[in-house]
Design a protein. Sequence first.
Length: 244
Amino acid sequence: MAVQTEMVNIGSTPQLPAYVARPEGTGPFPAVIVLFEAFGLNDNIKDITRRFAEAGFVGLAPDLYYPEQERVVPYGDMQKVFALANTLPDERAMADIGRAIQYLKQQPYVRGSAIGVTGFCMGGRLAFLTACLHAADVAAAVPFYGGGIGSPGRFSGQTMVPLDLAEKIRCPMILNYGEKDAFIPLEEVRKVEARLKELGKQAEVKVYPGADHGYMCTDRASYHPEAARDSWDRMIAFFRQHLK
């Protein structure tokens, strides 16, 4: 499917930059917000956003690091990535994601009642938080290996414990993890799974055997083709089902 891509600026000062990819045509199309890893709005996240457009969705990836001068860090430079991630407080991230949601709802080519959210690593945690704190506007959520959902986050701005807010979730979810992820022990995964079940939420927790943290990213050594392919196919089918 042919797609159109552009960088847009959302709202008034401070403007929120975002990468948007959408199918050609007038729509309206369902939409998915794509939340980046701690490394920023890089080519991998833009590629995922375009893939959503190729699958028939409007993809929007907000550049949540916009106040900073250097907003993308190479994979592996953990000193720089920690310094950058520490600049993003939960409150501002949630406010900016709210601005991105409202932007999508105002676009004539978007079906405003059919907005989903996904994210990876730090973005997986933010996707879970978005399902909690923007519950009225999120129709489905698919977080990938979000650390700090059921425990304190790794970065200084992560002051919320998302699992403590899980009762607010209204939408169905798939939560994806890698079996070999040293950053997110399986005990943590099971804690999240048990709490969502206790709350009666429509949530599937999927743990991929042999997969590590970052398994969806083709630019990382931890890329796991089988888990990535299955995750993607299941996510697209899930969003097609719930973003009607």
